[in-house]
Design a protein around this ligand. Sequence first.
Ligand SMILES: [Zn+2]
Length: 321
Amino acid sequence: MPTPPNQLADRNPAAAPDAARLEEVRPGVHAWVQPDGSWWVNNAGAVGGAEGLLVIDTCATADRTQRFLTALADATGGAPIRLAVNTHQHGDHTYGNSLLPAATVLIGHEEMREGLRTDFIIDGCPAFWAPVPDWGPIERRLPDVAITASTTVYVGERRVDLLHPGGPAHTTGDLVAWLPDDRVLFAGDLVFAGLTPLVFMGSVTGALAAVDWLADLEPEVIVPGHGPVLVGGEIDRVLNEHRRYYEFVLALAEGGLARGATPLEVAGAVDLGEFAGWADAERLVLNLHRDYADRAGQEIDLVAALCDAVTWLGHPMPTSV
Ligand SMILES: [Zn+2]
């Protein structure tokens, strides 16, 4: 019998909100790293300049976002947050937006803005996850500046390129924040370090192409959307894991479609092999749904995909948020 998911959070103190830490990856460049990086537990960050900060993403809950902003204020002497950017629409990166100062100018891709505008999970999380997350006192706050292509902002003297991969990848409105002078990449959910990647609201082939696009930047530091900060040889290792995982999903989808199997049937019979140790393995079902829909030229049924993921797992998806 599966472990009741409402016990998982109790069993995992390493994922408690107070386990999150601010890591200064370059002078004035901070990553907010939240263990364990599984469902709804994201990373964020900030870039400092002479006159204030650019914040990259918020967190899912008011509590986790406030911890981030308090730690950032402590580390920067209360520097004002002049700009913020959302790397994509998902609630773990955006629901805390309303805790940013009112004067902060928030930037996002146009598709990200529309995705958050029409998001219904912010109004009450469905029971696909357990314990069912409570976001706390947050409100939907959308970007003030919506962009459709790459752009550059300056934080004091520091250049930050906000780059769009050119098509769907993790979602349809992804942005990464690239600091060319520091060679630091805030990759958002184009990179999951040591956890199962999720692309069901984007594209498996697009996410695979985006791995090469990220590698071509030749970053020295990657702050992933989930999981620990990557440096040195860890970067190639993790990017290669993503390539192999996406190719694994594509091969499973192709084989499953050829023999008339559903995504759930394909995932039910699969040996996860080298990916078996990653958290959130049920995302395979979601990713297969995405590729099936794309191959058929149809819209994905997100609710059916989430129901199948819960069926595959045998219980709601665990979260420590
Ligand atoms: Zn995401």
